[in-house]
Design a protein around this ligand. Structure first.
Ligand code: SF4
Length: 157
């Protein structure tokens, strides 16, 4: 997952910053722990800070698997990816949606498990965030009766 994120940034796919949204010490630890050797210079993807960034990081960290330090990095990276305007897997520079699903189910399994309807991941994260904050923006009481169903559930290709 980390290799795919770095490869995507190297190819300038998605919106992540050149450090994937990590502070320099954490980014350095990512390289030295997983990819020892020469560190590649990555381009900046153009993501700008979003006001809910720290809230999204906290949300993801609340559900981290607790197995690896990289989950903390991934919480920051995924939150930064939410600054983009396309599908989350695309804004993260991943190869496909399956990689994002694997990332989320591995690093944040109890959160990913709540996405029982296979909602688009960014929609799901924001819907979960908003409901925790007591914000209800959905136009219908249930997804099955909602006119916006395809915006939340159709294929993320
Ligand atoms: S389908 Fe409609 S009700 Fe369901 S999450 Fe999307 S906007 Fe909300």
């Amino acid at each position: 997952m980390l290799a795919s994120l770095l490869a995507g940034r190297l190819l300038n796919r998605g919106v992540l910053p050149a450090t994937l949204g990590l502070a320099e010490p954490a980014f350095q630890a990512l390289w030295s722990d997983y990819f020892p050797g020469a560190r590649l210079a990555l381009p900046h993807g153009g993501a700008e800070d979003i006001v809910e960034l720290s809230d999204l990081i906290d949300l993801l960290l609340h559900y981290r698997a607790g197995q690896r330090e990289s989950e903390v990095w991934l919480a920051h990276i995924v939150a930064w990816g939410c600054a983009g305007r396309h599908h989350l897997w695309q804004d993260l520079g991943l190869a496909n949606r399956g990689e994002l699903s694997l990332l989320l189910t591995t690093a944040f399994p109890s959160l990913a498990a709540l996405n029982t309807g296979d909602m688009k991941w960014k929609k799901f994260i924001y819907r979960h965030y908003c409901s925790k904050e007591g914000i209800y923006v959905c136009p219908a009481p249930s997804c099955a009766t909602c006119a916006d169903y395809n915006q939340c559930y159709s294929a993320e290709n």
